[in-house]
Ligand binder design. Structure first.
Ligand code: 7PM
Length: 271
């Protein structure tokens, strides 16, 4: 899909003032463009642009504010590069404006379950990454509960794929993502990553975002600004478990690591 060679890296470009990873440093379009140029030079295959923080406990962002943040950045990057751009949003209006500005992938942490989102994706005929989340960003980390996290996440994603196909999206346009950190305890995140291969049975490329997340901090005993090595280790495991796209902040290191993982093990991929 989108002419990608797997496994590859999706570079994270947050244009939110409260993003924990970027601390509001990429607020202006020019700063965002600079960051995108670096990620592309380092080998990112996709740039994921988000204007709404989905951090646990985060407030919902007003649509106009989200549009003002993301549209100029998408326009600037697509004017300069051919690289596929994804829009990290759950809002139909943002999806529409982002695609008009040049985005070619919708990355929706709510898996097109918001009002009007599925109909909009069908109308746009744009590829979509469907992510699993238990609860909503405000409350998801309060009391995550599963009988079997791997089975439940897989069943949820398979059901969303089926609903999207029934609504008029082609299966080839869909990606699935277990939503590492989205309504999961450390133990549940570990179980998901260690069994990521199960998600391949759905029949869609698998994307995962593990970069700098708190589960890695909990395991390694590191703060958010000191999780690069932990993130790289997790990215390599994800690739060996058959992940197709790794969503990451540290593009250079992640690209190098997955290239090595792939060449050493054929990355455990089915031929
Ligand atoms: C604060 C906390 C800001 C967490 C941002 C985040 C994913 C995603 C995010 C993911 C897909 C982050 C997250 N995570 N989209 N968007 N998969 N598809 O760490 O895991 O960037 S936001």
């Amino acid at each position: 899909m989108l002419g990608l060679n797997y496994p590859c890296v999706m570079g994270v470009l947050n244009v939110t003032p409260d993003s924990f990873s970027d601390g509001g440093r990429f607020l202006s379009t020019e700063q965002a463009l600079q960051q995108a140029r670096k990620m592309i030079a380092y080998g990112a295959a996709i740039i994921d642009i988000g204007g709404e923080s989905t951090r646990p406990g985060a407030a919902v962002v007003d649509e106009q504010l989200e549009l003002d943040r993301v549209v100029p950045v998408i326009e600037a990057i697509s004017a300069e590069f051919e690289i596929p751009i994804s829009i990290d949003s759950s809002k139909p209006g943002v999806m529409r404006a982002a695609v008009a500005a040049g985005a070619v992938l919708i990355n929706d942490v709510r898996a097109l379950q918001a009002e009007g989102a599925l109909a909009t994706a069908v109308e746009l005929q744009t590829p979509v990454c469907l992510m699993h989340m238990q609860g909503d960003p405000r409350s998801m980390q309060l009391e995550p509960h599963y009988v079997d996290v791997v089975v439940e996440v897989t069943q949820f994603l398979a059901a969303r794929v089926a609903e999207c196909v029934a609504a008029g999206l082609k299966q080839e346009m869909l990606l699935v993502d277990p939503g590492f950190g989205f309504g999961k305890t450390t133990a549940q995140n570990v179980e998901l990553l260690a069994n990521l291969r199960q998600l391949r049975r759905i029949g869609c490329p698998v994307l995962i975002g593990i970069s700098r997340k708190s589960t890695l901090g909990a395991i390694a005993g590191r703060d958010v600004d000191d999780r690069l090595a932990a993130s790289i280790a997790a990215a390599v495991v994800a690739v060996l478990q058959g992940a197709d796209i790794i969503r990451a902040h540290d593009v250079k290191e992640t690209v190098d690591a997955i290239r090595v993982a792939r060449s050493l093990g054929e990355a455990g991929r089915e031929k």
